[in-house]
Design a protein around this ligand. Structure first.
Ligand SMILES: Cc1cc2nc3c(=O)[nH]c(=O)nc-3n(C[C@H](O)[C@H](O)[C@H](O)COP(=O)(O)O)c2cc1C
Length: 325
């Protein structure tokens, strides 16, 4: 397991946290860091929203030195607004600027953002060039899907974007090995990741898709040759996946969190979320995450049901006393 390079930045362990809307906010990124994630990416932020976030000092663009190197991910359709957003994130201190050409949500596609760009390679490359010009001293990376749909033309668009982007100077490409129209269903095509790595042997490629466990992450690297792996759904509720991947890579038994470990981490997550958003919203956040944290509990169904009912901080503390002692 070798470190990965994103421009001049070295990431010491190649299993990293994927961009996850609704999940990879600063509190959860800090939680994943504490479990061994060496690199993280924010949730996708709309290009126009970035300027508003910065002006109003909102939470989405907050960074913390304990969470570095960190990529700020932006999504949009206009080269000029994307370039402006990238410059704003650079100013805030993001280490890497990541461009989302992968989001499959219908409303995003209909506004020619995210995954739409897999179908419009010329516009995608125009955005890439505008952003690189706007942030010459920061690595720029892109997140792609395997294609927009399963057709020869759509596959050709992937190669045009990937080749053109590397030529323009992107530092790394992340590939979610599903097509845009597949959304999140069906299997990710790891064979495609191997093809991408074969085509760009000297470039940094980060693979994504179907990483449910730490063993999957190591297997993706072994089977496809990608340089790094982004844990996405496999990291929601199991931030220990990073530590487990490090254990497996070192030939150790993977760490299994005890109930004490789980309680400590969930309460720490609650405190980080309270600091960021206030206690009321933090309870809602832990309600959502708790349902996911329950999967590593010895009684997942009952614990999930308990998280489902929490409405106040007191409910959360009672739940912790009941299920995590
Ligand atoms: C809830 C959720 C939110 C996501 N949000 C983003 C996002 O904001 N930006 C992005 O590039 N990918 C996003 N993704 C895609 C993931 O980063 C990843 O590529 C995808 O889930 C495939 O990996 P998996 O099959 O291991 O989950 C999201 C995925 C999920 C499930």
């Amino acid at each position: 397991m070798s470190p990965i390079k994103i421009g001049a930045i070295e990431i010491e362990f190649p299993v990293v946290l994927a961009a996850l809307a609704g999940y990879s906010d600063l509190p959860y990124r800090l939680i994943c860091r504490s479990c061994g994630a060496a690199y993280t990416t924010t949730e996708a932020m709309l290009d126009r929203q970035v300027a508003v976030e910065i002006r109003r000092r909102r939470k989405m663009t907050r960074i913390d030195d304990a969470d570095r190197p960190v990529a700020g991910q932006i999504m949009g359709t206009g080269p000029a607004t994307m370039a402006e957003a990238a410059a704003g994130l650079r100013e805030l201190g993001f280490d890497v600027i990541d461009l989302n050409f992968a989001c499959p949500v219908r409303k995003v596609i209909s506004r020619k953002r995210g995954g739409y760009l897999m179908d419009d390679p010329d516009l995608a490359l125009e955005i890439v060039r505008a952003v690189i010009d706007a942030v010459p001293d920061r690595p720029v990376t892109i997140k792609l899907r395997r294609a927009f749909r399963a057709s020869d033309e759509a596959h050709a668009a992937f190669w045009k974007i990937a080749g053109g982007a590397f030529e323009a100077g992107v530092a790394a490409i992340s590939v979610h090995a599903r097509s845009v129209d597949q959304k999140y269903s069906g299997r990710a095509d790891w064979g495609f990741l191997a093809k991408v790595k074969r085509e760009f042997p000297d470039r940094t490629i980060i693979g994504s898709g179907d990483i449910h466990t730490a063993a999957d992450a190591l297997r993706m690297i072994a089977e496809t040759g990608v340089d790094g792996v982004a844990a996405a759904r496999g990291a929601i509720g199991n931030p220990w996946i990073f530590r487990q991947a490090r254990d497996l890579a070192a030939g150790r038994e993977p760490f299994m969190p005890t109930l004490d470990d789980q309680r400590e981490l969930i309460l720490r997550h609650f405190r980080l979320a309270s600091d960021a958003y206030g206690p009321k919203r933090a309870v809602r956040i832990i309600h959502n995450f708790g349902i996911r944290y329950a999967r590593v509990h010895p009684h997942p169904a009952k614990t999930r049901a308990a998280f489902y009912h929490i409405r106040t901080e007191k409910d959360l503390l009672t739940l912790m006393d009941t299920w995590y002692r």
